[in-house]
Design a protein around this ligand. Structure first.
Ligand code: ADP
Ligand code: MG
Length: 256
C-alpha cells in the first residue's frame, strides 16, 4: 500500500515543488512506483515533470469534483519515471466549487483509495496556503514533509504549520504526522544558515532529515526543460542530494 505524503509549507517559494518533482524522480530512480499529485493551480509540478498543463485532458480538478478517477486522469511522465495527476488554472475554481459540496475535504482521500495498491509512494505538492486544496492534501496523507530554508523567520513559520497539522490530526485525520523537515537551498558558507540548521536539530531532533539539499542552479534550470533536476543533470550536487534524500526516506519508512 502506498505511503501518502504531502509536501507542505504555507510559505511560497520555499522549494515545495522542487522537492516534489525531484523526490518523485529520486524515488523512481531507486525503484519505487510513484504518483505525484499537483495540488497547486500554478501547475508548476506538472510542467516540471514534463507534462504540458495547457493540454491536460483531465486533471486533479476533475478528480476533486468526481467527474474522473485518478486512473483516468493521471498520466505517465515518461522521462521523469513517475505518474502525475496534473493541475492547471482550472483548479483555482475548485476552491469555490467545493464549498457547498459534501465531504469537501475528503475528496482527494476517497479518490486515492482505489490506486493505493498501484504505488509505493504518493506525493502531494501543496499550494502555499491553508486552503481547501491543502486541507484535501492533509486529509489524504499519512504524513507531511516540510521543505524549509534555514533563514531567520523559518522557525516562526514552522510553528503555524505544526499547529495546523495538530488540528488536522485532532479533528480530521488521526494518521497525520510530520515525517520530517528537509533543509533546502542550503548554503553552508552562510553562518546564519548553519545557526538556524543547528536550532532546527535542537528543536526537532531526528525529525530533521540527514539529507541536505544545497542551493544549486541546475535544480532551478531543470523546469525550463520540463524535467526534474535529478533527470536533467543527475551528477549535479542538488540532484545527488535528492537521490540521497529518496534513499533516506525509503529507509525511514521501513522502520516506521
Ligand atoms: P514553492 O513550490 O515552495 O513555491 P519552488 O520549488 O517553486 O517553491 O522554488 C522556488 C524557486 O526557487 C524556484 O525558482 C526554484 O527553481 C528555486 N529553487 C528551489 N530549490 C532550489 C535549490 N535547491 N537551488 C536553487 N534554486 C532552487
Ligand atoms: Mg510550488
Amino acid at each position: 500500500m502506498a505511503k501518502i505524503f504531502c509536501i507542505a509549507n504555507q510559505k511560497g517559494g520555499v522549494g515545495k515543488t522542487t522537492t516534489s518533482v525531484n523526490l518523485a524522480a529520486g524515488l523512481a530512480k531507486v525503484g519505487q512506483r510513484v504518483l505525484l499529485v499537483d495540488l497547486d493551480p500554478q501547475g508548476n509540478a506538472t510542467m516540471g515533470s514534463g507534462v504540458d498543463k495547457r493540454k491536460l485532458a483531465l486533471s486533479v480538478y476533475d478528480v476533486l469534483l468526481e467527474s474522473a478517477s485518478v486512473q483516468e486522469a493521471a498520466v505517465y511522465a515518461e522521462k521523469s519515471g513517475y505518474h502525475i495527476l496534473g493541475a492547471n488554472r482550472e483548479l483555482a475554481g475548485a476552491e469555490v466549487e467545493l464549498v457547498d459540496l459534501e465531504r469537501r475535504d475528503q475528496r482527494l482521500k476517497e479518490a486515492l483509495a482505489p490506486v493505493q495498491g498501484d504505488y509505493d509512494f504518493v506525493l502531494i505538492d501543496c499550494p502555499p496556503s491553508l486552503s481547501m486544496l491543502t486541507l484535501n492534501g492533509l486529509c489524504s496523507a499519512h504524513g507531511v514533509i516540510v521543505p524549509m530554508q534555514c533563514e531567520y523567520f523559518a522557525l516562526e513559520g514552522l510553528t503555524d504549520l505544526v499547529n495546523t497539522i495538530k488540528q488536522v490530526h485532532a479533528n480530521l485525520n488521526r494518521d497525520l504526522k510530520i515525517i520530517g523537515l528537509l533543509r533546502v537551498m542550503f548554503d553552508p558558507r552562510v553562518t546564519l544558515q548553519q545557526q538556524v540548521s543547528e536550532q532546527l536539530k535542537a528543536h526537532f531532533g531526528d525529525k530533521v532529515f540527514n539529507a541536505v539539499i544545497p542551493r544549486n542552479v541546475r535544480l532551478a534550470e531543470a523546469p525550463s526543460y520540463g524535467l526534474p533536476g535529478v533527470v536533467f543533470d543527475p551528477s549535479a550536487k542538488g540532484s545527488v542530494a535528492f537521490v540521497e534524500f529518496a534513499r533516506e526516506l525509503v529507509d525511514r519508512i521501513s522502520t516506521m
